[in-house]
Design a protein around this ligand. Structure first.
Ligand code: ADP
Ligand code: MG
Length: 396
């Protein structure tokens, strides 16, 4: 689960991680009031669940960016007005952008240097691991690709938890000295505590800055929580902002389907996560692009199959649908009736390629054949993928 920067900063504040003073506004009036109250040089920051806001701009006005320094309250108001209600486009949002519903007005910091620090779970070492770099402000993926030597990693033994030496090693590794090294080291230990206490999957400060007056401050905050741990954190669940979530992903979550939207044009309806992955692979292998990952689960019901179809059809990019079902727990005839009901209910018009295998497969095929729907049957996965790619117009 993702949260906004301002929510991440509230958590940081509770742990004593320094962040700039600031408040959230949902209207230009509020933005002006906050700006008058804070006074001085300020930053107006669009709050969306995507990064790259500083370089990102309004989909309709390329000169208006998601992060702007202002010196007058009236300019804070003007920028808030420009952003609120409009879609901000960044490299993380996709072409249609994401609508800005809140702006954070915070004190501008005099930056001496920007750093990157983050925490993730390294599955290879099975340790919560610090990632740090002197190349702050840049995307860490880009630093990793272009200057891997600029990235420090430090795993924390779960038996001991974070120790003073972790913070010191990283702080000195980043080039901090004396008092600022102490500040950075303490901040890093607190960041680790945030990660553990909230069952986070990612905690990231980009940029962490050294100010001209020698303070070490988090200027950005990205905190993602592990969805599987949310039952332990009702207080964090309250931070969920459903408006920021992909509407199709949300509908899928509510129907207990696993769905991830992708950029291609072949809608996939598959039972089982492994089969869904290999379906996407084989589509790519024959030159196509999947529009989504969709796992209806091993024991899919007809109702779930119908919801799955509706979710796929909401995506305007989809030109063909590939159904790939292995009837194990769910029998092929049950799935086939689900497909028929769903296709009729949603008035399916686009090409539908179906590959069925497993228990009661002959009965399932018979039902599909007699349904009166125009369904292209496929013999195996490769055949299905080829037919789907062809039906979708030869891939992306
Ligand atoms: P994003 O990562 O989405 O682009 P950031 O919060 O990292 O958004 O802001 C982008 C850049 O804007 C930062 O790298 C920093 O240079 C500048 N910035 C952000 N907040 C402040 C602030 N409070 N004071 C001064 N500069 C800031
Ligand atoms: Mg940032």
């Amino acid at each position: 689960m993702k949260i906004h920067e301002f929510q991440g900063k509230e958590i940081f504040r509770r742990y004593g991680i320094p962040v700039p003073d600031g408040e959230i506004a949902t209207t230009p009036d509020e933005a002006q009031k906050i700006a008058e109250k804070l006074g001085g040089k300020l930053v107006v920051k669009a709050q969306i669940h995507a990064g790259g806001r500083g370089k990102g701009s309004l989909t309709k006005a390329a000169e208006i960016h998601g992060v702007k320094v202002v010196t007058e309250a009236k300019d804070a108001r003007a920028h808030a007005q420009a952003l609120l209600g409009n879609a901000l486009h960044t490299h993380q949002t996709g072409p249609e952008g994401q609508v800005v519903r809140r702006v954070l007005i915070e004190r501008a910091t005099d930056i001496a240097k920007e750093y990157y620090v983050g925490l993730v779970l390294d599955r290879e070492t099975a340790r919560v691991t610090f990632i740090a770099s002197t190349e702050g402000g840049m995307e860490i993926e880009k630093v990793a690709a272009e200057m891997p030597e600029k990235i420090l990693r430090l795993g924390v033994d779960p038996a001991t938890g974070v120790q003073a030496f972790h913070g010191r090693k990283l702080a000195y590794g980043l080039g901090f000295t004396g008092d600022t090294a102490n500040k950075a080291a303490k901040l890093l230990a607190k960041l680790y505590q945030v990660f553990i206490d909230t069952d986070a999957s990612l905690v990231e400060i980009n940029p962490l800055v050294l100010t001209k007056s020698g303070d070490v401050i988090a200027l950005d905050a990205k905190v993602n929580f592990d969805d599987n741990a949310m039952t332990r954190h009702p207080e964090l669940l309250a931070l969920r902002d459903v408006e920021e979530e992909d509407t199709r992903e949300r509908a899928a979550k509510d129907a207990e389907l696993s769905y991830v939207a992708l950029d291609g044009n072949i809608g996939c309806l598959v039972n089982g996560a492994g089969l869904a992955m290999s379906t996407m692979d084989i589509i790519k292998y024959v030159g196509g692009e999947p529009a989504n990952f969709l796992d209806v689960g091993g024991g899919a019901t007809a109702a779930q199959v119908t919801t799955a179809f509706k979710i796929i059809l909401q995506d305007p990019k989809v030109k063909a649908i590939l159904v790939n079902i292995f009837g194990g727990i769910a029998k092929c005839d049950v799935i086939a009736s689900g497909i028929i009901t769903a296709a009729k209910e949603v008035g399916l018009k686009m090409p539908l390629i179906v590959r069925l295998e497993g228990t009661n497969v002959e009965l399932g095929k018979k039902l599909l054949g007699e349904s009166g729907l125009s369904i292209t049957p496929a013999n195996d996965m490769l055949d299905a993928a080829k037919k789907a790619v062809k039906a979708a117009g030869g891939g992306k």
